[in-house]
Design a protein. Structure first.
Length: 94
């Protein structure tokens, strides 16, 4: 998944990338639906992709509130998603 992340971040060269643009790119690489990522689904595979979108958006400089507004969630939920992704990456590299 790291190569996909790097490819996704690398292809989005616009100075002001949006959460939707990031979600479209990530979903095209993972085969998930953009509607599911922006929806209310709590299925594990959708949540995993949503966490990845949050992580990449935050790394691109978007604030927790900006990401939360786009995904219709509060900033603490976005923070939790980013923390989950950071934890997952630490476990994979260990």
């Amino acid at each position: 998944m790291d190569q996909v992340d790097l490819a996704t971040i690398g292809t989005l060269t616009a100075p002001r990338v949006t959460v939707r643009q990031i979600a479209v790119e990530v979903c095209s690489h993972t085969g998930n639906s953009v509607h599911a990522v922006f929806g209310r689904s709590r299925a594990a595979h959708v949540c995993r992709v949503r966490e990845l979108v949050c992580y990449i958006a935050h790394r691109r400089g978007l604030t927790l509130s900006q990401i939360g507004r786009a995904l219709r969630r509060d900033h603490s939920t976005i923070k939790h998603a980013i923390d989950n992704e950071v934890r997952r990456r630490a476990q994979e590299s260990a």
